[in-house]
Every structure is written in structure tokens, then in C-alpha cells.
Design a protein around this ligand. Structure first.
Ligand code: DPP
Ligand code: ZN
Length: 876
């Protein structure tokens, strides 16, 4: 079928007011759905009714007590009624499902024997025929019946209104969700699960029962998620004035789940890796992810559920906004600066390459063939940056006034980006038409900045100029209004007060956030006697690529003195990037890589001066990744030269700083019991970063320290930190430690995943053979998304040296696996193949190899629409 276009949107011809589902869970599950329908006053009168189906097996259909002839009205993909009544009517449909055979993990399926659902984006049509689109909102009542022994726990959306016996060995529960919702927010659970419970009283006094359900034996690992949920509920009341609106909020963690988690109304369903954590199984990074994903899904209750999307083109309306909200929440729980740095790292790692390659798309796309392929970093992370920029442009007060308007005006509705922006235009009293272009234009803008000092006039003039390179299907780009946060630093490192020359807006004068409203702007600062260093795009206020010719001395000054922690970190990254890109060129020309004593010394000082914020110092220590460098180089990319250049710098720093790193490492040692709080996590992060750099330059000593840490570790963070260091040193100790780790943890799939990822990312020629071997072991299973992400995803995205092996065997391996996975779970296959998103930037020989691997995929028979869409766009 052809693409779906935003421009073709029109309301449905029918509305669904209520849905009564009756689900009898069994080997073959029966679903009876009673829909109350009526003509939509906004639709075409007398139009046929076409309900969506996804590979369904219909048993019967009855319209107002009149049985319909299935042969006439139903196919697995559609149920059509040519001439429905011109008044309200009831349609009762029965379908039969085989959840155990559902490996796509869309619709109703079984995960480790738990019956569970995933309906976003278009999974509900795999349960029953429906108008499966988000602007059709209905009140759902769900009766679930199952064997008491197999499924003592029966959950759905809303509040439980009834429960009881249902014949020998069976029971039922009825759940009613009073809030009208689209079917993608429907959920159901049946299983034998453990649970923990807590309580939350909302600001206005509503008591809410909170529950987290997990597989048997895992409930001791759910407490951190519960605390995170309570913090998130409090935060949304405090910051956005949003209260929870049902008597129950349940979370269920399952082990087979394609995405991260799902915000079903009152019944969030999670990939278990974003719920389960105790010190012995989860790292600090896992804890931080859990906190943010639990908050993210909870925040959707208002931004996504109460106000949903009119159509899937508006996906960013809920996702970009909700990511922005969860990032701010995490910033408040932890260190704002560190949160910002890690969010920007993630944006650059995942979104920038997407925006610069064949899969580039608007934050709000104009067209799609397979909506599942648009749950992307662009929709999520760039979508969040747009909200952040909007707020920076209009200010805190107008932002919150606009949000309040949005909640008031669109509550209970399915909204669009235009609806959203209209609230801020009204609150800020400004036209946001050109700002709206951020949603309609793909590609990352480049911001060129030039500073000129006039000694005689004592002025400093900064010229800002933006341009966005063409992306597939969009050759010309308009300028986008963007907020640029600026500071000036004197040669002594002190901040220079910014005095305006021409009139600035009140916000600019007060906060130093300057607006670039069009293609170019010059800003003149007065009373600047000597040439300053301009610190531009502080806090990464605009999601752009900054091009500014700062000297090495400027960057060193910023590394030491910038009062903006983001730009302090950025200066270190920029300096390291510069060095490594030059080294990459040198290595390709058969010359020696470069080293900078000054950079190593500045880094050493930053690490030694960690007192204020060890987590920040750990960020300083983490040099740009190979993928970061490949992205910055942009074309004719040679991943092997990049690898060698980066290795040379790290080894050099490790040797140069030597014992100084060990001293910091030793000082950060703690005998205190593990606590996942941000301060303790920061100390562990810096400690690991020091060991990592030290071991890079001092293999034998580094391995000794790492082995001791590995053996003594009482928590997974220290254990993984040590094992990561060991895994990068090709010694017999490495294999022993890996074996030991596997034997200790092979019963726990989430820990085995860490072991898979670590091995998949070893940058050595033998790694592909190792990964192939690992796909054959019992602990691996291509039907479980987490296993695939941990082993294949880590190899394809986290091991550029081996994935891009000049022989092309890395590409062939990943492409072949994508084809194999496609027969099991098309969404996961499409995600795996997206690792090819930057193939056009490679040097000529690798590019040819990658293209061939993609062509093999596109020539394969019976591709899913998901995989076909990715491969066609990648090759287009
Ligand atoms: N809507 C989900 C989310 O929270 C995706 N499954 O991102
Ligand atoms: Zn979301």
C-alpha cells in the first residue's frame, strides 16, 4: 500500500462512544467486543464503515442483533459495512487469537507466560476490528477471564469495578476506565505475578493505590521504581500543577517488550530493564534510566493520554514534550549540568546522525509508510529540544502560562502541533509561525559564529549566521528562530559583564539568551577593552552544530574557567575532537598521531579538581566516541583510522597522567554501603573513568587494579566498571573474568545482556567471530528484543571498528540477522537495520560493501513493511 500523508487527514465518518471487551484468556483466546458507534457529524453521511484488522480471525459479527455474513464483510485486515445505520448502533464482533504464537509482540501476546498487550501504534487491530487511530476516543470497560492458577492477577485500564468466580478453576475481573481514550492506550494483563504496593495522596487529597507487578521472585527489585514513580507524581503537581486522575496506578514489568515502556492509561507496561534494580544487578546508569522512564510514562498521563494526538504525524506532540518533561525532572533529581551533558551526548549520538543521513525526517513527518519506524530520536529527542528552545525564547512565565492554556483547552481532545503552539503564541503574545518550521524541516542547523574585537571602540561584535544543509526531499531550508545563550570570558578567566550597544530585548539583557530570528544577526557588546573569549550556546540552548574558530588557548581557557559547566565540558570535547580528527588524517597518511601535553594537563586538573561535582568530572574524562568523531568528520569516514586516533590519545593521556589518575581513583574509594543517589553515583563514575584512562596507558597495572575492583565489588556498577576495563585489554585475565561473570549471573537475563554488550563492543578483529558464537548459546534468543539489542545492537551501533570491517563481513552479519529477525519481530528487525543510517558517509570501499549488504536485504523475498521501509529509504 502507498504512503500515508498528513495532508490527507480527515475526521472519521463514525465515532465510537463505548467499548465493552470480554476477553477469555486461554491457549486460544476469545475476544468479544461490543462497540457503540454513531455517525460523526464532521464525517461523510452514509459512508461505509471500515474497521481496521491486523491478521485477525473473525468468528462472528452482529449489527444491532442482526448477524452479518463474515464471508461478505470480513477479511483478516478489514471489516467493512457498506451501509451502516444513520443513527447510533451497536456492533458486536468476536475474534480468536493465539497469543503464544504472537512473536511480533504487538497486540495480545505472552511474555514468559504472562498475557500482555502492546497497542501503540497499531496493535489494537490485532486484538479486534476497530477504528485504530488516535482521534477515535471511547470509554472502555474490560472483562478479563482466566484460569485462577495460571493468571491470579488480571489487570486493565482504569479502576477495578468487579471481580469473582467464573466456573470451575476460573475467575474474572471487570475494569472500567472513565476517561475516553484512543485504543493505542488500551492494555490488559493476565498472569501469576508478584507485586509491591504503596500509596500516594494527590495535592487535592485523592488517595491513589500504586502497584508494581513483576515476574515471580523479582519484587525486591521493584522498590526503586516505586520511589521514582512517587517522585514523578509529586514533581508533576509541583512544576506543572498536574494531578493523577484515577484511584489506581499500576505498572507491570515484562521481559519481552520491543520498546522501552508504554503509557497505557492507569496501567503502564514496561520492558523489565526499566523497572528492576537492586545494587547487585543494576548499575548507576540503569537506576538513572529507570527513574527517567518511570517518570516519562507517568508524565504521559497528561501529555499523551488526557491530551492525545490527532493522528500519528503528531507523535512528537506527546513524545517531544514528554521527553522534555522527563529530562527536566531528572535534572531536578540529580545534577542539572550533568543531566544536560548526558542528554546532549545522547542527542548527538542518536539524532544528529539520523538528521544527516538518508533516514532524516521532520520532527513532524509529512508522510510515512510504517509509523512504527518513526519512534525515532528525531521525534523524541529533537522534539524535546524544540520545546526547550520554545521555553528559552518566550521565557519561564509565558511557557507555563502556555502549558496551563494547553491543558485547559485541549483536555480530553486529540490535538495537533498547531493547537500546542497556539497556546504559547497567545501566552507570549507573539507570532510563532516561523518557530513552527522546527517541526517541518529536517536536518541539523549549523550556526557559524565570528567574533571581532575593536580595540579603539572597545566593542566586541559577534556575528551569528545559520544555515541548514539539504536533506532527502528538502533541498532549500528556511532559517529557524533560535535562542543562543552567550557569555564573555576575559583572559583572566573572569566573566565580563555584557553591556548592550544597540537595544536588546529585556530577556536578552537579563539572561544573556539572544535570539537569532533569521539567517543572520550581529550583536555588539560595549566596554570590552581587550579581546574576550565568547562562550556561545551555553547549556546547549539551541540544538545546532556550532562552527566557531576558537583557538586552542581559547578552549583551554574555557576548560578551566567557563562558568557554564556545559561549555566547560564542551571545550574539552572540542579540543579532543580537533586533536583526534587531525590524528585520523595523519594516520591515513601513514604518519604519527598527535598528542597535546596541554590538553592532558588541563584534563588532569579537571579530574583532580572534582570536589564540587564528581559526576561532572567524569563527563570531562569521557572523550568523544568513535561515532562522535565519524559524525564530525562527515564524509570519507575511515572507522579504523578513527579508532587508532582515539586510542592513541587515550593511551597518551593515561601514560602522561599516570599515577595522578590512580590517586584520584584511590581518594574516591568508599566503604559505605551502596546507595544509588546521584552524589554517590558521581563518585563511582569518576572513579571508573580514572581507572579506564589509566588502564589505557598502563595495561598491566590497570588490569591489576581492575581485577581487584572486580573481585571486591559489592555492587554491579563497580563490577561492570572493572569488567569494562578488563574487557578492553586482550589478556587471559579478561577471558577468565568474563567466564566467571557469566557463571555467576547467567540465571539473570538482564545481567547476561551486559555481558553480551561488553563482548560485542570489544574493538578487536576476533569480535565478529565471538558475537557469532554468542548468538548460538542458550542464553541468546532472537525472539527477545532485549537480547537482540544487547548483542546485535551493541555490535552494530557500539563497535564501529568491527561493524565497519573493511571486508564487509560486519555489514553482512547484521543485514542477514535483520532478515532473520524480520520473520519473528519486524519492528526489532527495522531497528537493527537502522544501524546503517550513516553508510553514505563512509570511505568508498566500505560504502560499496555496506550498499551491497543493504541491497541483499532489499532483494530478499517477503520483507515486512517495517524492514522494507527502512531499507528503501536507506538506499534511496
Ligand atoms: N509511547 C511510548 C513511549 O513512552 C513508546 N512505546 O515512548
Ligand atoms: Zn513516550
Amino acid at each position: 500500500h502507498g504512503p500515508t500523508r498528513l495532508a490527507d487527514y480527515r475526521p472519521t465518518d463514525y465515532l465510537i462512544d463505548t467499548v465493552e471487551l470480554d476477553v477469555r484468556l486461554d491457549e486460544t483466546t476469545r475476544v468479544v467486543s461490543r462497540l457503540r458507534l454513531r455517525p460523526n457529524p464532521l464525517g461523510r453521511a452514509g459512508a461505509p464503515l471500515a474497521l481496521d484488522g491486523g491478521d485477525l480471525k473473525p468468528l462472528r459479527a452482529v449489527l444491532d442483533n442482526q448477524p452479518l455474513d463474515l464471508a461478505e464483510v470480513a477479511t483478516p485486515e478489514r471489516l467493512t459495512i457498506a451501509e451502516p445505520p444513520r443513527r447510533a448502533f451497536t456492533l458486536e464482533i468476536e475474534t480468536e487469537l493465539d497469543p503464544a504464537a504472537n512473536t511480533r509482540l504487538e497486540g495480545l501476546y505472552r511474555s514468559n507466560n504472562t498475557w500482555c498487550t502492546q497497542c501503540e501504534a497499531e496493535g489494537f487491530r490485532r486484538i479486534t476490528y476497530y477504528l485504530d487511530r488516535p482521534d477515535v476516543m471511547a470509554v472502555f470497560t474490560t472483562r478479563i477471564e482466566a484460569s485462577k492458577e495460571e493468571a491470579p492477577i488480571l489487570l486493565s485500564n482504569g479502576n477495578r469495578v468487579e471481580a469473582g468466580e467464573a466456573g470451575p478453576g476460573r475467575h474474572y475481573a471487570i475494569w472500567r476506565d472513565p476517561h475516553p481514550k484512543p485504543c493505542y492506550l488500551f492494555a490488559l494483563i493476565g498472569g501469576d505475578l508478584d507485586s509491591i504496593h504503596d500509596e500516594f495522596t494527590t495535592a487535592s487529597g485523592r488517595k491513589v493505590d500504586l502497584g508494581i507487578y513483576v515476574e515471580k521472585g523479582k519484587k525486591h527489585r521493584a522498590y526503586y521504581a516505586m520511589q521514582s514513580l512517587i517522585h514523578a507524581m509529586r514533581w508533576d503537581e509541583f512544576v506543572y500543577g498536574r494531578e493523577y486522575d484515577l484511584d489506581v496506578f499500576n505498572i507491570v514489568a515484562v521481559s519481552d517488550f520491543t520498546m522501552g515502556a508504554m503509557e497505557n492509561k492507569g496501567l503502564n507496561i514496561f520492558n523489565d530493564k526499566y523497572i528492576l534494580a537492586v545494587a547487585e544487578t543494576a548499575t548507576d546508569a540503569d537506576y538513572a534510566r529507570i527513574e527517567s522512564v518511570v517518570a516519562h510514562e507517568y508524565f504521559h498521563n497528561w501529555t499523551g493520554n488526557r491530551i492525545t494526538c490527532r493522528d500519528w504525524f503528531q507523535l512528537c506532540l506527546k513524545e517531544g514534550l514528554t521527553v522534555y518533561r522527563d529530562q527536566e525532572f531528572s535534572g531536578d533529581q540529580r545534577s542539572r549540568a550533568v543531566q544536560r551533558i548526558s542528554d546532549v551526548r545522547a542527542l548527538r549520538a542518536a539524532q544528529f546522525p539520523e538528521d544527516a543521513g538518508p533516514l532524516a525526517h521532520n520532527v513532524r513527518p509529512d508522510t510515512y509508510r510504517e509509523i512504527n519506524n518513526f519512534y525515532t530520536a528525531t521525534v523524541y529527542e529533537k522534539g524535546a529540544e524544540i520545546v526547550r528552545m520554545l521555553r528559552a525564547l518566550i521565557g519561564h512565565d509565558a511557557y507555563h502560562a502556555g502549558m496551563a492554556l494547553y491543558f485547559e483547552r485541549f483536555d480530553g481532545k486529540a490535538a495537533t502541533i498547531e493547537d500546542f503552539l497556539s497556546c504559547f503564541a497567545e501566552a507570549a503574545k507573539r507570532d510563532l509561525a516561523s518557530f513552527a518550521q522546527w517541526y517541518a524541516q529536517a536536518g541539523t542547523p549549523r550556526l557559524h559564529v565570528k567574533g571581532v574585537h575593536d580595540a579603539k571602540a572597545q566593542t566586541y561584535t559577534l556575528t551569528l549566521r545559520q544555515e541548514t544543509p539539504p536533506t532527502p526531499g528538502q533541498t532549500t531550508k528556511k532559517p529557524l528562530p533560535m535562542p543562543i545563550r552567550i557569555g564573555l570570558i576575559g583572559r583572566d578567566g573572569a566573566e565580563i559583564p555584557m553591556v548592550q550597544d544597540e537595544p536588546w530585548s529585556a530577556r536578552e539583557a537579563k539572561f544573556g539568551v539572544f535570539e537569532l530570528p533569521g539567517a543572520e544577526r550581529a550583536i555588539v557588546f560595549k566596554n570590552v577593552p581587550t579581546p574576550p573569549v565568547a562562550s556561545v550556546n551555553r547549556r546547549f540552548s539551541a540544538a545546532v552544530i556550532l562552527e566557531m574558530d576558537l583557538s586552542e588557548d581559547d578552549l583551554l581557557l574555557m576548560m578551566a574557567h567557563d562558568s557554564d559547566p556545559f561549555n566547560k565540558w564542551q571545550a574539552a570535547q572540542s579540543l579532543a575532537t580537533r586533536l583526534m580528527i587531525r590524528s585520523t588524517a595523519a594516520i591515513r597518511a601513514g604518519e604519527m598521531p598527535e598528542f597535546s601535553e596541554k590538553f592532558a594537563e588541563a584534563l588532569g586538573r579537571a579530574l583532580e579538581g572534582y570536589e564540587g561535582d564528581p559526576a561532572f568530572a567524569a563527563q570531562m574524562a569521557a572523550l568523544p566516541s568513535e561515532n562522535d568523531l565519524a559524525r564530525d568528520i562527515g564524509c570519507d569516514v575511515d572507522p579504523e583510522a578513527i579508532f587508532l586516533a582515539r586510542k592513541a590519545l587515550r593511551d597518551g593521556i593515561g601514560r602522561r597522567l599516570g599515577q595522578r589518575l590512580v590517586t584520584v581513583y584511590d581518594k574516591l574509594h568508599s566503604d559505605a554501603a551502596y546507595s544509588p543517589d546521584a552524589a554517590s553515583a558521581g563518585r563511582r563514575a569518576l572513579r571508573s573513568a580514572c581507572l579506564d584512562l589509566y588502564a589505557a596507558g598502563n595495561h598491566a597495572d590497570g588490569a591489576d587494579i581492575a581485577l581487584t575492583q572486580f573481585q571486591r565489588a559489592t555492587n554491579m556498577t563497580d563490577k561492570m566498571g572493572a569488567l569494562t576495563v578488563l574487557s578492553r585489554l586482550p589478556t587471559p585475565t579478561r577471558e577468565k573474568a568474563l567466564d566467571f561473570f557469566f557463571r555467576a549471573h547467567c540465571q539473570e537475563p538482564l545481567i547476561t545482556d551486559k555481558w553480551f554488550s561488553l563482548q560485542a563492543t570489544i574493538p578487536e578483529p576476533d569480535t565478529l567471530a565471538r558475537v557469532k558464537r554468542l548468538t548460538k548459546i542458550h542464553a541468546f534468543n532472537i525472539a527477545t528484543p532485549n537480547r537482540v539489542y544487547a548483542l546485535i545492537g551493541a555490535f552494530a551501533n557500539g563497535n564501529p571498528l568491527c561493524f565497519n570491517a573493511a571486508s564487509g563481513e560486519g555489514y553482512r552479519f547484521v543485514a542477514d540477522l535483520a532478515l532473520e529477525i524480520d520473520r519473528v519481530n519486524p519492528q526489532v528487525a527495522a531497528r537493527v537495520l537502522s544501524a546503517f543510517r550513516s553508510w553514505r558517509n563512509l570511505e568508498v570501499e566500505r560504502r560499496a560493501q555496506a550498499e551491497q549488504a543493504l541491497k541483499n536485504v532489499s532483494d530478499a523475498p517477503k520483507l515486512s513493511p517495517d524492514l522494507r521501509d527502512i531499507v528503501q529509504r536507506a538506499l534511496a
